[in-house]
Every structure is written in C-alpha cells, then in structure tokens.
Design a protein. Structure first.
Length: 70
C-alpha cells in the first residue's frame, strides 16, 4: 500500500522552513516556490518545497543586505 503525502498550507511551509508567511508569498509571486492553487488557497507538497530549497531556490530572496558590490 502506498501512502499519499498530505497537502501543506502556507502556514505549514513557513513553520517548516522557519520563515515568515510573507516570505512564502513572495516566493510564490516570483513563481519560484512550487505551489498549487486550490480555489483561493495555496497548497504545497513539503517534499517539493524541500527539493526547491536544496536546489537553491530560496537564495537571494531577502530583498536587501549586501547584494551590490562596488
């Protein structure tokens, strides 16, 4: 018997990654974070989110800091 991975909410993903929900929404808007829209809600498979993080998907998304060098 195979088990199906449950769907996770924006709040679940934020907790899983240790970030604010706003960060999750920004990553969705940038069309980088693997997300599925179901009605008005965003749903995720944590395995897809983990793969995205491992591939470097969350890099350079802080919106500030020391990105420009002179």
């Amino acid at each position: 018997m195979t088990t199906t991975e449950p769907w996770a909410s924006v709040e679940d993903v934020a907790k899983h990654l240790g970030v604010a929900k706003d960060s999750v929404y920004r990553w969705i808007e940038a069309r980088k974070l693997p997300a599925h829209r179901i009605g008005r809600l965003w749903k995720f498979k944590l395995s897809e989110v983990d793969e995205w993080v491992r591939a470097g998907g969350a890099q350079d998304e802080d919106g500030g800091g020391q990105q420009s060098k002179r």
